[in-house]
Design a protein around this ligand. Structure first.
Ligand SMILES: [Zn+2]
Ligand SMILES: [Zn+2]
Length: 144
């Protein structure tokens, strides 16, 4: 992953700063979704002090380079996730409360990988299924 990042930075003529690599490293240790606040806290825990602007900027670069996926989900702060991870599960999103649950599915990556799509070159994918979580469903049913 580091090598990929280095290649990208070189291609785009971006500076290969220690901060950028530390942020990537930190993201690799977060298993799951994160937002900017969480990432910043984790970096602080690692005793790595960087400005929020640097964190934002680096995550943008990582998204551009395809290592990190940006989840655009209503009702919540923008969340991010390592692309390698994001491709292995379904995201079940409650339309009432915005809760996100992940459902592992070993077949997903293989099935999508074997899709033949005409006139389109897939780069990465993420899955979202919208519906009601069990809590919200229960609450709705009780109201009736
Ligand atoms: Zn996910
Ligand atoms: Zn819900």
């Amino acid at each position: 992953m580091q090598a990929l990042f280095t290649r990208y930075l070189t291609e785009k003529k971006l500076r290969k700063t220690e901060e950028r690599y530390a942020i990537l490293e930190c993201i690799c240790h977060i298993s799951g979704h994160f937002d900017m606040g969480l990432l910043h806290r984790k970096l602080e825990e690692m005793n790595f002090h960087v400005s929020r602007a640097t964190v934002y900027n680096t995550v943008d670069v990582l998204v551009d380079c395809g290592l990190v996926v940006r989840h655009q989900l209503a009702a919540q702060a923008v969340q991010y996730e390592l692309r390698m991870l994001a491709e292995t599960h379904l995201h079940l999103i409650c339309t009432k409360c915005g809760e996100i649950r992940e459902l592992k599915d070993a077949m997903l990556k293989r099935n999508v990988g074997s899709l033949k799509i005409p006139r389109f070159t897939p780069e990465y994918h993420a899955f979202y299924i919208y519906g009601l979580c069990s809590k919200c469903k229960y609450r709705l049913q009780r109201r009736k």
